[in-house]
Write a protein that binds this ligand. Structure first.
Ligand code: FEO
Length: 397
């Protein structure tokens, strides 16, 4: 990624990872970027590094070298320990000098030491602590759990640039650098990122964002460590985060299922017909066709969740359990739910899906529908009615 001066003396020097398609279990069909930023003032500061892959760390150094001699970096700031941002630290510190100060949060100091077993010249900062680079002042803001306990934001006060680490990021690698270049399509990627990376911390994130906004900082630009930079309207992504944190449901239903010999699929389609009859926004997702990370993104603002599985060896299909395990960890809220599924002779799947709904604190509004072998026209009518019932409840709420 060619370095770009994004504000006077502030450069984007990170790298694109065009072809990554699995980011620790999250499907990244648009790749991602590992953003890093160089501030050139009387002192020179590097904010974050890149994923530990030789070609990326070398590209980071090469990018910096087009602006200044990397050895002139005085200070390194690590906003977050996760290896997609700190993986390049050993290479960078070795290159610029192991004794250079490394600024991070208090938890960052502990976590970096554990990850790298190095005695770097750590400067653990307090929330709100300032650091002068000359004409520019940096303010460090503790933002635990956006996305790890060590996470912090760094704010360049005079320029109004917020370096937000994982916050407000998107897994998106494109030719564009800014929100106004990429347009509204980036909002889906930002939502997808929030749902998969940050949703389980939503209540805490809402408070943290309020805390940052209440400081009255004049935020002109938000630079996350993944994806594009928000410069046209930074408030847009802040407002979107507030809404996503609340998980306020739309008039929307999601039918998630697997099928063995198409019986459960026929039931799913009849349920969908019932939902559509009630004019509810409806999405049907087969778990072996749709990645779990896309399912959770759809679920973020869905009111009704209807899950179906045939019974296989007295259990639900393992593919559905895979999706449920992933969803459960991300703690979706505000859901009504029902289950369905076909079976041959025992038929436990609906019971087990309902148990998972209970564990996720979804409100079960119907005991569910079980059909032996192949659904009859009457069975499909029942499924349609279940869809219509769920649709009415969505509309009432
Ligand atoms: Fe992009 Fe939590 O790391």
């Amino acid at each position: 990624m060619k370095p770009v001066e994004i504000a006077k003396g502030i450069y984007s020097v990170g790298v694109r990872d065009w072809n990554i398609r699995d980011f620790h279990g999250y499907a990244t069909d648009q790749g991602t970027t590992y953003n890093a930023f160089l501030i050139v003032d009387e002192k020179v500061a590097l904010i974050d590094t890149v994923k530990n892959k030789k070609q990326f760390t070398q590209q980071l150094i090469d990018n910096i070298a087009t602006i200044i001699d990397p050895k002139k970096i005085d200070i390194v700031i690590s906003n977050h320990t996760e290896m997609d941002h700190s993986g390049g630290l050993p290479h960078v510190m070795h290159y610029i000098g192991e004794d250079k100060p490394l600024y991070c949060s208090k938890m960052g100091k502990k976590n970096l030491a554990k990850h790298f077993s190095r005695e770097w010249n750590f400067h653990a900062v307090n929330n709100g602590e300032e650091l002068s680079l000359g004409e520019k002042t940096l303010v460090f803001l503790e933002t635990r759990m956006i996305h790890w306990p060590d996470s912090m934001f760094t704010f360049a006060k005079e320029d109004g640039v917020l370096f937000s680490s994982d916050g407000f990021g998107q897994h998106y690698a494109g030719y564009e650098l800014f929100d106004d270049e990429v347009g509204d399509k980036i909002m889906y990627q930002a939502k997808n990122y929030f749902a998969n990376i940050l949703m389980l911390y939503a209540p805490r994130i809402k408070k943290l964002i309020k805390g940052v906004v209440d400081l009255g900082l004049e935020i002109k630009m938000i630079c996350p460590d993944h994806g594009i930079i928000w410069r046209k309207d930074p408030a847009k992504i802040i407002n979107a985060y507030n809404a996503w944190c609340d998980q306020t449901p739309k008039r929307k239903a999601l039918v998630v299922y697997d099928t063995m010999w198409e019986s459960t699929e026929k039931m799913a389609e009849a349920i969908v017909d019932g939902l559509i009859e009630e004019n509810v926004i409806t999405k049907l997702m087969h778990v072996r066709s749709c990645h779990r990370s896309d399912v959770i993104t759809e679920m973020l603002d869905t009111r009704a969740v209807i899950m179906g599985s045939p019974t296989l060896n007295n259990q639900m299909f393992p593919s559905l359990m895979d999706t449920i395990t992933y969803i459960k960890g991300l703690k979706p809220i505000n859901k009504i739910a029902a289950a369905f599924g076909s079976y041959g002779w025992s038929g436990e799947a609906v019971k087990y899906i309902n148990k998972e709904f209970e564990a996720m604190k979804f409100e079960i509004v119907d005991p569910g529908i079980r059909v032996q072998y192949v659904p009859t026209p009457d069975d499909l009518k029942n499924c349609f009615q279940l869809g219509a019932k769920m649709g009415k409840l969505v509309n009432e709420s």
